[in-house]
Design a protein around this ligand. Sequence first.
Ligand SMILES: O=C(O)CCC(=O)C(=O)O
Ligand SMILES: [Fe+2]
Length: 351
Amino acid sequence: MPTEKCFDQAPPFPEDVPKLSIPSISLLNLQNGDSETTKEMYEACQVDGFFILDLSESHEGEILLQNAEQMFELAGEVFALGSEILETFAYQPPHDLTGYKSTGKLKTDDGKLDLIEMYNINQDDMVGNSPPRRNPDPIQRHRENIKEFIHLCHSVVTIIQHRLEEQLGLEPDQLSSLNSLHDQSDTSVRLLRTQTQTVTKENLIALGGHTDIGTITLLFNVVGGLQVLPANKENLPANWRYIRPQPNCAIVNIGDTTVEWTGGVLRSSLHRVIKPPGEQAHAVRQSVAYLVRPCQSASMSRLVGGIVPSLQYGERDETRSVKEWAAWRSRQVISGELKPQSRGGILRRPV
Ligand SMILES: O=C(O)CCC(=O)C(=O)O
Ligand SMILES: [Fe+2]
């Protein structure tokens, strides 16, 4: 659905709401190693932790868009099964997020419960890194499409990481090898849906403020509702800014694991989903996310090299395993026990 066709079917995004201004980065330019584009992307990853990735004009990008559209159709089929069937595939947090999460399982910032349904498809299952899992029928029937979507998303993530490695002065593959497609990880394709909102409250929170735990996220949206808390702004209702979904584009954001690895040079920003703005509030909101997690064998320790700051006296390196660390982070998100906040974003000039 992220093509023009899908945007034409949805009500328009209103002009008069506060938006975060983030750059639109051409995938083709990143593929060609264009230095201006690379610098612009690096800066966005430091300042906002978010940027728009324009997939048009790139051959792989165009195929990815078609695949993402198929994932939107798959989401429609999966959620149409209804909660009774989907509950038989319920997720098991915090250790296994694969499967269905009904609404009302997570706390939102206003102390209420979330309004978003999710289905997480496990990458290892789809690419054959682990024995096949039991999945709802539409997922089983579309295994090949999902696998292709994963391969394309993964190669786009690898291009982004290669450009970041150059800017950070790291070795080629120093970042990207930590989320290899062929090693087990908790990487997933997440299908999300929020029903039409009948409640009049403008800032009704569907998914509470959080940072993504993994390395990087590619997000496909058509209907608005995603908001980011800009850097150096207090978490007050007036400070949140919308990210306007754009046709032929993905939204990219940096996750907490990359902040750990880069010693805080890159930033993972607090984001949330609220009731879609303006006329869009009457639309069912679907999105598709590719959430990259590090391989289980990777370390959470800070990378050594380039402009990544070395540990200072008194600072301790992260020694928990990838699994332990992620379970600890997601427990925080689920229980709301620790207030989630943006992390990283120490300004450092690229090499
Ligand atoms: O649906 C969206 O636009 C955002 C979803 C999100 O932030 C997430 O799944 O982590
Ligand atoms: Fe997120």
